[in-house]
Design a protein around this ligand. Structure first.
Ligand code: AMP
Ligand code: MG
Length: 341
């Protein structure tokens, strides 16, 4: 299949380009589009055939539900069977933005999209291209991240091209995704509400809005019992063995030294620790410890690059689990083949 690649301005998208992409969705096709978190692989959520294509193209297990992307509160309300205005403080503060809220599903949404669940994850993206696209379709867009299942989520144009060129008829490309980590997911159907996946909106920010929010165990450790079906899958697995070392710099240096003996390895670390680790093995700097959003932005690209560097082993130091650091560590834990505590 030929993939039409349409470059579009991320801030002021032109009508012609986005209309072209929307016409593919209207025909029941599945396309790649940018969001502020990561690139999405989207199809008309009300068209079961289109939804089937999403699972097939990604190789995503059908018991892993898809999130619905909307372009207005009215559209969000159509997806839910309960009054979403009950959560207006949360919604008014966080939407549009990188947060997915789980509500009871309306009958309009096919069960196929939610993998048989009676609940639905709804996201109202802030990215102008995503919003315009959904608006033109006039229906919610079901979309997981636009990577092949198991690979790190795509944050750059080259990532989606690498994974999906020839598998979709159209890609809307707008450069690097501004945040680089998938949305924060909050389950509002639980009492108290639960954080199912940490993301760009930090738990500290959320707890200000939802004082009874619980951090579900699966938010920090995917190995515990899955709350949502998709959580049982290992994610983001680079082709190279990745060992995550939990602990301070001294511990990370000692373990890295031992682990990398006789191996061709690379160490993922922050700028501030690069010099110390470089005595042991080549380093891949993720960003400054004082700017964790920069680390988040670079993480998936770095994980993808591991398979291209020809190393036998990758080692990562750990990062403070506060703010977006909780999401960074959540993704690193999911990517790691081994964790040294
Ligand atoms: P992705 O589409 O790869 O960004 O992942 C979406 C995540 O949201 C997966 O972990 C899904 O299991 C989860 N998810 C989607 N819909 C629901 C739902 N209704 N209830 C709980 N989790 C959900
Ligand atoms: Mg994904």
């Amino acid at each position: 299949m030929h993939t039409e690649k349409i470059r579009v301005d991320p801030i002021e998208p032109d009508v012609g380009s986005v209309s072209k992409a929307a016409s593919y969705l209207q025909l029941g096709e599945v396309i790649v589009f940018p969001t502020e978190t990561v690139y999405g692989l989207g199809g008309d959520a009300l068209n079961v055939k289109a939804v089937g294509k999403i699972f097939k193209i990604k190789g995503r297990p059908q018991d892993n539900p898809l999130l619905l992307h909307v372009s207005s509160l009215e559209m969000a309300q159509r997806c839910a069977s309960e009054d979403i205005a009950r959560h207006s403080r949360l919604i008014d503060t966080l939407w549009p933005g990188p947060v997915t809220l789980i509500f009871r599903k309306s009958s309009e949404i096919p069960h196929f999209v939610t993998a048989g669940l009676d609940t639905v994850g709804i996201r109202f993206p802030a990215h102008p291209v995503a919003r315009f696209l959904i608006e033109l379709l006039g229906s919610p867009v079901a979309a997981p991240s636009a990577n092949l299942s198991g690979k790190p989520s795509p944050t750059e144009e080259k990532h989606v091209i690498e994974d999906l060129d020839g598998l979709v008829p159209c890609m809307l490309l707008s450069g690097k995704a501004p945040l680089g980590l998938e949305s924060t997911i909050i389950d509002l159907t639980e009492t108290p509400p639960a954080l199912l996946r940490p993301g760009p909106i930090s738990p500290e920010q959320l707890q200000e809005l939802l004082d009874d929010l619980t951090l579900a165990p699966s938010a920090s450790d995917y190995r515990s019992s899955p709350k949502a079906p998709g959580m049982k899958y290992r994610h983001y697995s680079p082709d190279v063995d990745l060992v995550l070392i939990i602990g301070d710099l001294g511990k990370a240096l000692a373990h890295s030294k031992k682990l990398s003996e006789g191996k061709k390895s690379v160490i993922l670390c922050c700028e501030e620790h690069a010099k110390a680790f470089a005595n042991i093995a080549p380093v891949r700097v993720l960003g400054s410890i004082h700017e964790p959003y920069g680390i988040a932005l670079n993480l998936f690209g770095a994980l993808r690059d591991l398979s291209k560097t020809g190393v036998d082993l990758a080692i990562s130091e750990s990062f403070p689990e506060k703010g977006i650091g909780l999401a960074i560590m959540n993704r690193l834990r999911k990517a790691a083949s081994r964790i040294v505590e």
